[in-house]
Design a protein around this ligand. Sequence first.
Ligand SMILES: Cc1cc2nc3c(=O)[nH]c(=O)nc-3n(C[C@H](O)[C@H](O)[C@H](O)COP(=O)(O)O)c2cc1C
Length: 190
Amino acid sequence: MKIVTVLGSPRKKGNSNTIAMAFGDKAESLGAEVKTYHLNGMNFKGCQGCYACKTKQDSCILKDDLTEVLEAIHEADVLVMASPVYFWDISGQLKSFVDRTYSYLRPDFFNRPDPCRLPEGKKGLLILTQGAEEREHRDVPQKYEHFMEHYGLHDRKTIRGAGIHESATAEDRAPYVQEAEALAREWCGR
Ligand SMILES: Cc1cc2nc3c(=O)[nH]c(=O)nc-3n(C[C@H](O)[C@H](O)[C@H](O)COP(=O)(O)O)c2cc1C
């Protein structure tokens, strides 16, 4: 099983990254091949709105550190996206990545039964952490689950770590880390 993990928090050992790494580490121990990208340490631009991916070629025309990530997702069985909630949404780093995936959509995607250039059947895991309690920001996972659905990731899970602040301890994160490890066991077949 091939897994691509895209980390949206600038905090390498922060809450969302830790939960995502727990999923990846467990999956790797069960034989999966895991590629992890820490967006904050990478050199890339947001979508330029040039529409070259609709008019000239079937991939993003920009060549930067996201090129490899966008290609790796084509080959992957599982896409993991992790982010803190920043101002009622995902982090800017992850949003810029999401915008670049516009290149996965075919030119007339809104009129097609097969809108996406990605092969169907991938799994998707969304990991979101937030300082606020669980009843806040429920629209954030909804939006990005919709994004995953649109891209043909029909088998999806979301792990939401609510009420965990920047000062959260390993104990605070433990339930979400356990949830991530259990999911890795489920998806990696043990
Ligand atoms: C710029 C910024 C904006 C934030 N906005 C929100 C917010 O709108 N709602 C919320 O619940 N927490 C907000 N937080 C808190 C983080 O979402 C929370 O601490 C999260 O668990 C951090 O995840 P990380 O350790 O993966 O970076 C914000 C934090 C920062 C730094």
